[in-house]
Write a protein that binds this ligand. Structure first.
Ligand code: PEP
Ligand code: MN
Length: 285
């Protein structure tokens, strides 16, 4: 990585929590997700549907993103939906499907946990657990995730500052788990043309302040399918360690977030383009 915090220490108007701070650990942390390493020179692609909806939907999508070059499969089994009347996810059935297709494809799986009571169950199926934007300041959940033995993908709260994001990560490290990946997924601003405002400046800032890997979610960060490729390329250019992208075999039929999901072909094409951007900054995908 080109980041060299020793040469270029940044000044920010808050104190950086000790365990996540570069001051406590100069070297980049590499998070190992069942053999897939995030935080090194390789940029890691995580792809899959927003939610697990059926065997056919998940398996076809997973096989295709694997062929396209994704290294980790995503898919929510427990979904945080704004309306209680929307599809809430398949629950444990969804976790079982994830684990079957994970064995077939060899792709490790990341899936969301919303409640302290679900951590043990979700961690028993997943290779990495996700704490979503809405739960970034759910402190009991952060502590529970810190006590579990699986890596944690922590998404930035939609209203959270960088300081609050780092404090949330500190909870997990402080509870004993240093395998944490930070994910910028867009924040709420006055802008209404996009679902969120993707804060790409969070990448270089976080890479300076902390040793933890940083990835970008351009799907929730824009909420618009056609914007995902350009923001993904920009994310690679700005130094992200990975991308998490929603992909669906039939986006128009998706039960959740279809409008921001790439089709299988769009994902494969994006992978080809991203390899060129990565090469330009001396990294691989
Ligand atoms: C998701 O990744 O499916 C999700 C719900 O993301 P976020 O928590 O960033 O909204
Ligand atoms: Mn989604």
């Amino acid at each position: 990585m080109e980041t060299n915090p020793c040469i270029n220490p940044v000044k920010v108007g808050f104190s950086i929590p000790p365990r996540v701070s570069r001051k406590s650990k100069i070297d980049d942390t590499i998070v190992n997700i069942s053999g897939v390493r995030i935080g090194g020179s390789e940029i890691v692609m995580i792809a899959g549907p927003c939610a697990v909806e059926s065997e056919e939907q998940l398996f076809e999508t997973a096989r295709s993103v694997k062929a396209g070059g994704a290294k980790i499969l995503r898919g929510g089994a427990f979904k945080p939906r704004s309306s209680p009347y929307n599809f809430q996810g398949m629950g444990e059935e969804g976790l079982k499907l994830l684990s079957i297709i994970s064995k077939e494809t060899g792709l490790p799986v990341v899936t969301e946990v919303m409640d302290t009571r679900q951590v043990e169950l979700v961690a028993s199926y997943a290779d990495m657990i996700q704490i979503g934007s809405r739960n970034m300041q759910n402190y009991p959940l952060l502590k529970e995730a810190g006590m579990c033995k699986k890596p944690v993908l922590l998404k930035r709260g939609m209203m959270a500052t960088i300081e609050e994001f780092l404090q949330a990560a500190e909870y997990i490290l402080n509870a004993g788990n240093d395998q944490v990946i930070l994910c910028e997924r867009g924040i709420r601003t006055f802008e209404t043309s996009t679902r969120n405002t993707l804060d790409l400046s969070a990448v270089p800032m976080l890479k300076q302040l902390t040793h933890l890997p940083v990835i970008i979610d351009p799907s929730h960060g824009t909420g618009i399918r056609w914007m995902v490729p350009s923001m993904s390329k920009a994310a690679v250019a700005v130094g992200t360690d990975g991308l998490i992208i929603e992909v669906h075999y039939k986006p128009e039929k998706a039960l959740c977030d279809g409008h921001q999901s790439l089709s299988l072909d769009e994902f494969s094409k994006l992978m080809i383009d991203l390899k060129k951007v990565a090469k330009a900054i001396d990294r691989e995908i």
